[in-house]
Structure formats: C-alpha cells, structure tokens
Design a protein. Sequence first.
Length: 354
Amino acid sequence: MRNPRHFAASAGRIETGKNDGNFPHAQCLTQPPRAARNEPPATPHATAARVRAGRFGADEPRLTRAHRDANVIRRRAAFRRFIQPRSTVHMTDCDSVAPAPSPAEDVVLSVTELFKHYPGILAVDRVSFEVRRREVVGLLGPNGAGKTTTINMILGVLSPTTGGVRIAGIDLARQRARALAQANFSAVYAALPGNLTVAQNLKFFGLVYGVPALRARVAAVLEEFDLQRLRNTKCGVLSSGEQTRVALAKAVLNRPRLLLLDEPTASLDPAAARTIRARIRGLATHSECGILWTSHNMYEVEEVCDRVLFLSRGRILLEGDPRALPRAHGVPTLEELFIRLARQPLSEPVERTG
C-alpha cells in the first residue's frame, strides 16, 4: 500500500504541471493526450518494442541501460524517503547496546495478598512482597511463622487459598510450567538421590529442566562450585558441605531468574558456611537472578541480604535493610530484634525501614 503523502505530493505536482522525476507516474498525467501528440494508438506489441528500445515517443532520445538503472535507483530512493517515518532514529555503534531493563522487568518475584487457610489454622495472612534481580531478600521468622508455607506456594507445591504469585512476570496459576521454568530451589531437607554420583545427579536434573547444551553446562557448574574431583562420587557419601555445594550447583543449572534457598547453611561448620555464603552472594552479584533466602542465622543474614522481611503468625511485621533495622528499633543487633518480634509481635504490620 502506497503512502498517502506520496499521493498528496504527486497531486501537487500534477496540479502545477511540475515534475522533478521523483514521481514518474505524474509525468504521464501532465502530458497531453496521445491523439494530440499525433501518435498512433498503443498496442501491446508496440509498447513492448518501445520498452525494449528504451523509447517512449518518437521525439524522445533512446535511453541506455545505465540511464534506465539510474532512473530506477532515483525513484526507489524517493519512494523510501516518503514512506520513512519522521521519527526514525539512525542507529550508531553505541546504540547497539541492549537497553536497561524497565522496573517491571527488574522484578523476578511478585507475591500479592498471599493467603493460606487450613481448618482452624491461618498459615499465611495476606503476604505481599517483591524480589528484584541481583537482590538477596531474607525471609525471617520463628518456627511456625509461615516461611516454608510461603515458599511452597511460590514453588507451586501448595495452592494459595487466595492471592497470586508471578515469577519473572509470569502468572504461576495460569502458566505453571512456564513460570516454574524460571525458578529453582535448594534446601537441606531436599537431599539429592544418594545412589547417584554428582555428575549423574546434575545430568538427571538438567534433563528434567530441559537445559540446552547439557554436557557443557554440567561441566561449567562442576567447575564453578569446585566439584570436579567429586564428579564420580555418590552423593550419599559426601559431607554436609559438599552436599550443599552439589545442591546449589543443581539449583543454578537452568540459570533461574529466581532462586529460593531454605536455610542453605544449616548444619554446616563455620568455614563451609562462609564459603557457601560467598558463593550465594556472588550469584546475586554476577548473574541476573534474584534470591529469596530463609535462615535463623542473623549474622549471615546481615552479611548477605540486601533486605529482610520479618514474618510472624503468617504476617509481615517489618521490612527493611538488616543493618538499619536494629538501630531504628533501639536494639543493638538483628538477633535481638528477631527475638523481640518473636515474643511480642508488633501490632501494626507492615513497617518498612531503610
């Protein structure tokens, strides 16, 4: 379909009797009729002969192939100028860099008014929060606060009574498989099959997740988590620290946008726990994923997390920077604040600090 501006400009040239060569169809409309020019009636054979000869009238000079090609090029260029939008921006090498993600694209997990009720038990009471990429968010609270129930609803293991979960912008309730493909999970109570070797476990879960170029990806995570020497060792005979490293390697195998870690350093000695914390912090810093972390170790939470959510009796009571919250509530440490909230929950959730 021709551009309306093209026709408008042609009409202007027809009315004024002008033609600059950019509108070849206007030329034939401004010329006098064939009978007035004393030319014989056109026939298909005669027209074809004139086209082959490059002549369109007895008084017109013979056009060479070079002239015809130049006319075609000029006409095409004119047509492109008239159909090109006025707002077109010419790209440079600097413009080829991918644009920064929008605020909506930054959110890897969005939990909205999540509510879970069992007969006689209110497990989670209208919980809402977000996790952004390259962010570690700590989900804190005493036993029975609703942390594991919340994580199970995010993973689709439990269905919420009401409320919604979106992973990387995908509605979990409507597109479960597609949403969960953007996430992964690791916990000390979710051990890998002990009768399979480290490499076999990674290959098995890579097939489950549909990881492309699986052999190369397994080799990469074995190197990333320093597991090459254990690749042919059965997971059942590994130490707690080694099993945790294998579980983390499994959790990042599909390059998730959202990583859920439920007490990943529980039962580890201080040296192994420090190594795991450093690796998790590195994942958040150097990858595109966001991390939701639960822990009872307030020292590591303060060291690793960018933001914390205090959950008690199924509700979020406090949210903020773990280094600023204690001072804001008049206690020396995050652990003291945790104990205070566990014993005497605040009356007005949610309070955000930092």
